[in-house]
Design a protein around this ligand. Structure first.
Ligand code: GDP
Length: 445
């Protein structure tokens, strides 16, 4: 799901890579590209407008950050705004104070309503509930049987009209089911109602009658994500005709674009509560806006790292280091060590590659340093005297042997480190003046 949007957004971010600071023109271009990506994903126009306005406003307002480069800042903003547009918080079921909690499903025929009833029942069982499924869809031939089959698979009993009772009255069935659930200690009732191929008045009236008869604790509007923007129109019709508390999105697995998912919340002002992502009973879960957003951005790891970097980097710490690095001459082994420790606080080195601002060009050099290597380097530097750390040139043969013994390493390790340090210092001098923004990379590593 969301493949198209993911691809488009990731190329937008790629084009920002390496920029030192975002100009007004950069922001406009980026906003325009994100706008196109959203429109292509079939996101409703009002949603696109709001989204873009927020992105622009926030991108203009961002401070130059020591921890994040502009591309990362934009990713962060887009992520946060995606979470917002998807509803912010995860919305769970509001259980009734006195059971049973009555959940009513409404939606078009073919939206996946009956399948969703079975999935929801199964999910509720996993959450330690004792649900009852109710077949109040007496319009569609087979709907009752379909629910019975699903109920069997989910191991949840199904309340249905007695066979031979004619067509049956869905309102009566719904009402009786709630009584039955109370007597049988089912703490949740899931009522599957009839759908039509299109929105029509009779269907709306029937759903409204069931609603009035059982006063549901939650009315879920079930909508097929694959119908894209039509989902928005249908959602509005149901909101006006029956009303609902939350949305259940089905067939997200078949939705390569994401328009419905991204539009429904904003347009209806109702949260998306559940997402259904396949035909199997287990392809179902609460809808988590934050997880969905990082899925759309297709960069879960990156987002975690961005947060980590921000949390870990004390801005002033980074600033001090940046100043020191700007003048390669003052760069001592002490700084070398300090900088390494700073990087290390961020977690596994491998994940950091290319993530840290200004580090892109150092990527290859860093990728072959592992944690053990860092431990060894730390031990070696700690075995040096302050004078040696400040002025590594004074470290002659006998000092090298002493340092190797003190740190439990070989003289060749000490030699290697000193060589790397001098290389780093040289590189810093070369970089001087040409530096980008943010935290400089770890030279020589
Ligand atoms: P109803 O008419 O609204 O009750 O819809 P159904 O529950 O009968 O579902 C219609 C069709 O969609 C069935 O073939 C289901 O197997 C299929 N379906 C339902 N949910 C999903 C889903 O999340 N993903 C996919 N791929 N198919 C689904």
């Amino acid at each position: 799901m969301f493949e198209t949007l993911s691809d488009r957004l990731s190329s937008v971010f790629t084009s920002l890579r390496g920029k030192g600071r975002l100009s007004e023109e950069d922001i406009n271009t980026t906003a325009r590209e994100i706008r196109l990506a959203l429109l292509e994903a079939d996101v409703a126009l009002p949603v696109v407008r709001t989204f873009i306005a927020r992105i622009k406003e926030r991108a203009r307002g961002t401070e130059v950050s020591k921890a994040l480069n502009p591309a990362q800042q934009v990713i962060k903003i887009v992520n946060e705004e995606l979470v917002e547009i998807l509803g912010g918080q995860t919305r769970d079921i509001r259980y009734a104070k006195t059971p049973p909690t009555v959940i009513m499903l409404a939606g078009l025929q073919g939206s996946g309503k009956t399948t969703l009833a079975g999935k929801l029942a199964r999910w509720l069982v996993a959450e330690r509930n004792t649900p009852l499924l109710v077949a109040a869809d007496l319009q569609r031939p087979n709907a009752v049987t379909q629910l019975q089959v699903l109920g069997e698979r989910a191991e949840v009993p199904v309340f249905s009209p007695e066979p031979g009772n004619g067509v049956g009255d869905p309102v009566a069935v719904a009402r009786e089911s709630v009584e039955y659930a109370r007597r049988q200690n089912h703490n949740v009732v899931i009522i599957d109602t009839a759908g039509r191929l299109g929105v029509d008045e009779e269907m709306m009236r029937q759903a409204a009658d069931i609603r009035d008869a059982v006063s549901p604790d939650e009315i879920l509007f079930v909508v097929d994500a694959m119908i894209g923007q039509d989902a928005v129109t249908t959602a509005e019709a149901f909101r006006d005709g029956v009303g609902y508390d939350a949305v259940a999105l089905t067939k997200l697995d078949g939705d390569a674009r994401g328009g419905a998912a991204l539009s429904v919340r904003h347009v209806t002002d109702r949260p998306i509560m559940f997402a259904s992502t396949g035909e199997k009973l287990d392809d179902f879960d609460l809808f988590h806006p934050d997880r969905m957003a990082s899925r759309i951005l297709d960069m879960g790891d990156m987002l975690t790292l961005i947060e980590q970097a921000q949390r870990t980097f004390d801005e002033s710490e980074a600033e001090d280091m940046a100043k020191k690095l700007a003048s390669g001459d003052d760069f001592t082994l002490e700084d070398f060590l300090e900088q390494m420790q700073m990087v290390r606080k961020l977690g596994p080195i491998g994940n950091l590659l290319g993530m840290m601002p200004g580090m892109g060009q150092m990527r290859d050099q860093i990728s072959n340093v592992d944690e053990k290597d860092l431990d060894r380097i730390t031990a070696i530097i700690r075995s040096m005297t302050p004078a040696e750390r400040a002025n590594p040139k004074m470290i002659n043969g006998s000092r090298r042997l002493r340092i190797a013994n003190g740190s439990g390493t070989q003289v060749s390790d000490v030699n290697g480190l000193i060589t790397r340090f001098f290389d780093a210092q040289k590189m810093l001098r070369q970089m001087k003046g040409g530096g980008g923004s943010g935290m400089p990379g770890m030279p020589g590593m």
